[in-house]
Design a protein around this ligand. Structure first.
Ligand SMILES: Nc1ncnc2c1ncn2[C@@H]1O[C@H](COP(=O)(O)OP(=O)(O)OP(=O)(O)O)[C@@H](O)[C@H]1O
Ligand SMILES: [Mg+2]
Length: 328
């Protein structure tokens, strides 16, 4: 069942079209990634889906609720971790969570229990009574996720959940995102500039550029669409290329005789088989290397540039401020 259904969504700011008629669906329990460079329209799309700004045209439904007609219901089933910092540094982790629990009108009798649950889930117990401004970037992001979990949303919108985090802290956040899906069946829409993150986390992705979706698919489908991996074999035997051709492998044209580039599916698994076959024809190999097609290459193919080129990836470092009004 589609939990997020977007059809022909348009958002204009005056004359400027930030989102130019996009369509996609996200299924129940899926992690879906919206990828794209700065200004692609990712945050604007999320803000439309959360009823924070009205779309100019198109339709969108969240858990079956229309974003035009059922704004209250859309907000009730959704949780939003915005791109900017949404933690108050002058409050402790616990106090930030209490603030959100009140904002969400969680009844007093269950409030404490709910807060304890999310603190435990995001593993912030040790730091719950420390001022949030002393948290590391990764802990801060976990606290932000904890804030929206208080309301037990079925659908989570995470705008660049790992921005500014080091690789280890990113992996920690990815683990929590996976657990949210696996343990609670949450449906998650996230945005990222990090192709590796999308590859590791997402079941499906849409690559946005200039307000349009350039391509959608699972990471493996998109990578397979590149035409395969490239295995480079270097041999001192001048017959190597000829034998590989006889064996039916697809070879890229190459000037150097000693190196052969083969285009194959699932390159990692093919390497032993190729070496064995060459050996049985009396051909030894000096080196073998593999270049696996990445989502970066997919992005390059559809957007005409690499995703990092000319991009700024930053988070508001005015840090820690209250964004309650936006959640209200
Ligand atoms: N309120 C607004 N008024 C005018 N233009 C806006 C407004 N909000 C966004 N835009 C413009 O819409 C375009 C898309 O912005 P958006 O924030 O959705 O991009 P994004 O994909 O989230 O980028 P980033 O990766 O930098 O977060 C940008 O050109 C931006 O300047
Ligand atoms: Mg954004």
């Amino acid at each position: 069942m589609s939990v997020i259904e977007v059809e022909g969504l348009v958002k204009r700011f005056g004359q400027f079209t930030a989102v130019g008629g996009i369509s996609f669906q996200v299924e129940q329990g899926e992690i879906f990634g919206l990828l794209g460079p700065n200004g692609a329209g990712k945050t604007t799309t999320i803000r439309c889906l959360l009823t924070l700004i009205p779309p100019t045209a198109g339709t969108a439904k969240i858990a079956g609720f229309d974003v035009f007609k059922h704004q209250q219901q859309v907000r009730e089933v959704s949780g939003y971790v915005p791109q900017d910092v949404s933690v108050d540094g002058d409050l402790t982790g616990y106090e930030n969570l209490l603030f959100y629990a009140k904002l969400f009108r969680i009844p007093g009798v269950v409030r404490k229990e709910r807060i304890k649950d999310v603190i435990r889930f995001m593993e912030l117990t040790d730091k719950a009574n420390e001022l949030a401004r002393n948290y590391s970037g990764g802990m801060m992001r976990r606290l932000e996720i904890a804030q929206v979990l208080i309301n037990r949303p079925r659908i989570l919108f995470l705008d660049e959940p790992s921005i500014g985090l080091d690789p280890a802290a990113k992996r920690v956040v990815w683990d929590y995102i996976n657990r949210l899906r696996n343990e609670f069946g949450a449906t998650i829409l996230l945005t990222t500039h990090d192709m590796n993150e999308a590859d590791q986390l997402c079941d499906h992705i849409a690559i946005m550029n200039g307000g349009k979706i350039a391509v959608t698919g699972s990471p493996s489908e998109l990578k397979a669409g590149l035409g395969g991996d490239i295995i480079t074999i270097v041999s001192s035997d001048s017959n190597c290329r000829q034998v590989l051709e006889q064996l039916g492998y697809r070879l890229m044209p190459r000037s150097q005789d000693s190196a052969c580039d083969l285009v194959v599916d699932d390159g990692e698994r093919k390497i032993p088989e190729i070496i064995d076959k060459l050996r049985s024809h009396g051909i030894g190999t000096l080196s073998v290397s593999l270049k696996v097609g990445t989502l970066d290459d997919v992005f390059l193919k559809y957007a005409g540039k690499r995703i990092g080129e000319g991009d700024l990836t930053f988070r508001t470092t005015r840090a820690v401020r209250r964004t309650a009004r936006r959640h209200g």
